[in-house]
Design a protein around this ligand. Structure first.
Ligand SMILES: Cc1ncc(COP(=O)(O)O)c(C=O)c1O
Length: 411
């Protein structure tokens, strides 16, 4: 490389990545093929529009790439092209979610005065249909599920739901009551810090009870769905969004799947992505997504996904044995939320994160449901096993990691 400054920093970061145990639940390590594709000359091409309908010339090859990515995306989640449409252009998870709201939820955020608006179904009402019902950030939702600091909470109104105080898992009965009362336009299921399996059937019933779309944001567990170790949301959802870079082990990017039926929501979603929110798609990224999706249907990936969950279960159980409180008592996925504060008997999430980083274990501090501490120094840490499993970690390694974590946190 001619640019020595950046070259040096890349090397420094590569060295850092190699030298640590990475338990960040949203990170992973992509294959050399994915990296090579990201760094290819595809980045030079402008391709505004969709395959066969571009605003620039010279897109014959690009069309083949995007169509291949679409085909592989449907195959990875066992979907037929007659039943599901997929848009592979979203630049990342947050703009993907925003595109769905832009397409399906009439605007009407808290900043605007109540006024008569038209709902998605043509009914008029005062704001009711402009609501996004999503898990509150404090209980494990993502910012883009309607939180007020995100555009999703500025242009629309969030109806937050959470987990049960006792069990720390979703209480579907309460969520249904809330949905019927608030009548959101869309209900978002699929979270950032929720370790358990989500009952998508129950969410479907809730959405039907209030006339809302059901959107599943499977960003965190997409790789587990592709690997067959987590229920598929496609049976029940109207729309499924996902990042590619977490358990799915691809480049930073996202996709939006929409069910094909008489509502033709996929047409609205395509328009919301381009020209609604974005210009030219990042074709090097889309090609790299295609590479990752091919990897995700391999027998090796199935094995990987299984191991990710096994590892998470062992890590959670071991930490429990050492006396740490695991939110909801365990995990069914790649993700574990640990209460390290334990009402003052332990240490804060920030202290835990800092101590672990000093010792070469990277995690993130995280609020726990009904946290009594502030978000910047919460009671918990979030751990994930997707990255270390890619690097070959097995149950015995998880036992060692749990032992190290315990020792570090207690000294
Ligand atoms: C559930 C969920 N949705 C969306 C996103 C946003 O993805 P991105 O960071 O690519 O914008 C995240 C990121 O952590 C996430 O956890």
């Amino acid at each position: 490389m001619k640019d020595k400054e950046i070259e040096k920093l890349i090397k420094e970061e590569e060295k850092r990545q190699k030298s640590v145990i990475n338990l960040i639940a949203s990170e992973n390590y992509v294959s050399d093929d994915v990296l090579k594709t990201l760094g290819s000359k595809l980045t030079n091409k402008y391709a505004e529009g969709y395959p066969g309908k571009r605003y620039y010339g010279g897109n014959k090859v690009i069309d083949k790439i995007e169509n291949l990515c679409i085909k592989r995306a449907l195959k990875a989640f066992k979907l037929s092209p007659e039943a599901w449409h997929v848009n592979v252009q979203p630049l990342s998870g947050s703009p993907a979610n925003l595109a769905v709201y832009l397409a399906l939820v009439p605007p009407g955020g808290p900043a605007s005065a109540p006024r008569l608006r038209q709902g998605f179904d043509g009914q008029e009402g005062y704001g009711g249909q402009s609501k996004i019902m999503g898990m509150s950030l404090a209980h494990g939702g993502h910012l883009t599920h309607g939180h007020f600091v995100s555009a999703s909470g500025k242009f629309w109104t969030q109806v937050p739901y959470g987990v049960d105080k006792e069990t720390e898992v979703l209480n579907y009965k309460k969520i249904k009551e809330l949905a019927i009362k608030e009548k959101p336009a869309i209900i978002v299921a699929g979270f950032t810090a929720y370790p358990r399996i989500i009952d998508f059937k129950k969410f479907r019933e809730i959405a039907d009870a209030c006339g809302a779309y059901l959107m599943v944001d499977m960003s965190h567990f997409a790789g587990l769905v592709a690997g067959g170790v987590y229920p598929s949301p496609f049976v029940y959802a109207d729309v499924v969004t996902t990042t590619i870079h977490k358990t799915l082990r691809g480049p930073r990017s996202a996709m939006i799947f929409s069910k094909i039926d008489e509502r033709e929501i996929y047409k609205k979603i395509d328009k919301a992505v381009f020209p609604g929110l974005q210009g030219g798609p990042h074709m090097n990224q889309i090609a790299a997504v295609a590479v990752a999706l091919k990897e995700a249907v391999s027998p090796a990936f199935k094995k990987y996904a299984k191991q990710v969950v096994k590892n998470a279960k062992v890590l959670a159980e071991e930490l429990k044995k050492y006396g740490w409180r695991i939110i909801s008592g365990g995990t069914d996925s790649h993700l574990i939320l640990v209460d390290v504060w334990m009402d003052g008997k332990g240490i804060t999430g920030s202290e835990a994160g800092d101590k672990l980083e000093k010792a070469g274990i990277i995690v993130n501090k995280n609020a726990i449901p009904f946290d009594t501490r502030k978000p910047f120094d919460p009671s918990g840490i979030r751990l994930g096993t997707a990255g270390e499993t890619t690097r070959g970690a097995k149950e015995k390694d998880m036992k060692k990691i749990a032992g190290r974590i315990n020792k570090i946190l207690r000294t």
